[in-house]
Design a protein around this ligand. Structure first.
Ligand SMILES: [Zn+2]
Length: 271
């Protein structure tokens, strides 16, 4: 009898292990200054642990938030810092045309810790601004990534400035029609799609078949993100993690693991 109980306990433990939630790499988060009174850096790390977020592409406005997250030295969480070209919120509207931002970016670059630049916002012909071209070329030369919240027009302009530059497409265009998304993925092998706010990945409570087909075709080219761009989003991190796990359950486990976590780690060659 005792043995049976033990076997049963072992089976339960195995069952729990088999259902271990997918680890996540959050490729779109911001620990902005406004969030700091809501969550300390210690609390952010604790939230990641609780949620199964085992890697992050860390950004903040200003960049001090990112530095404070790194300073936590959380050995169990991969933190990949990106340089955000924003000192204050209004910079998002004219950063590509602001001498003050250029000076700030130069100072931040000198830290030598950043693996990419972004997330930045730029749309349409604004992406032909000389400073955008400069940043795109700089990223390409230094092997850094760009993280662009842009329409497809701006993405194409950026890629013309620096063909082959590695680019994370925030929200995968958010509302870009699927035909165009498919064309962009076929045409530009250096684009990775980040999926926050891309609400159409869900259809009838499960993964949209059209998205599933695209993810199966390009399993190495999607990542997930929470996009904590405003403080209330921090209260939704666990819910967002569950959403991604639910959607990715519609894929073979190997592909789901890539999109959930492995791609993020592989992109930045984190051992
Ligand atoms: Zn964002």
């Amino acid at each position: 009898m005792k043995r049976l109980v033990l076997l049963f306990a072992a089976a339960c433990a195995f069952g729990a292990q088999a259902q271990e939630p997918l680890p996540l790499f959050d490729a779109h988060m911001h620990y902005n200054v406004e969030a700091r009174s809501y969550l300390s850096p210690e609390q952010v790390v604790a939230l990641w642990r609780k949620t199964g977020i085992r890697g992050v592409l860390a950004t903040s406005r200003p960049n001090d938030g990112t530095l404070d997250l790194i300073a936590q030295k959380a050995k169990d969480i991969v933190i990949v810092p990106f340089l955000r070209p924003y000192r204050v919120q209004p910079d998002r509207y004219d950063w590509f045309n602001s001498p003050g931002v250029a000076e700030y970016v130069e100072k931040e670059l000198a830290r030598g810790i950043y693996r990419g630049i972004g997330e930045f916002h730029i749309f349409g012909a604004d992406a032909d601004a000389p400073y955008m071209a400069k940043i795109a070329r700089l990223a390409k030369e230094r092997g850094m990534w760009l993280h662009a919240h842009s329409d497809e027009d701006a993405v194409e302009r950026i890629l013309r400035h620096a063909p082959g530059v590695k680019l994370i497409w925030a929200h995968t265009g958010m509302s870009t029609p699927m035909d165009k998304v498919e064309q962009m993925f076929a045409q530009y092998p250096n684009i990775v799609g980040e999926l926050s706010y891309r609400m159409d990945i869900e259809q009838d409570g499960a993964l949209n078949p059209r998205w599933k087909a695209l993810m199966m075709k390009y399993p190495d080219r999607f990542v997930v993100g929470t996009d904590t761009w405003i403080t209330p989003r921090w209260g939704q991190v666990e819910e967002l993690a569950s959403f991604y796990r639910r959607m990715l359950a519609g894929l073979p486990r190997e592909v789901a693991e890539k999109i959930a976590f492995r791609n993020g780690v592989a992109m930045f060659a984190v051992p």
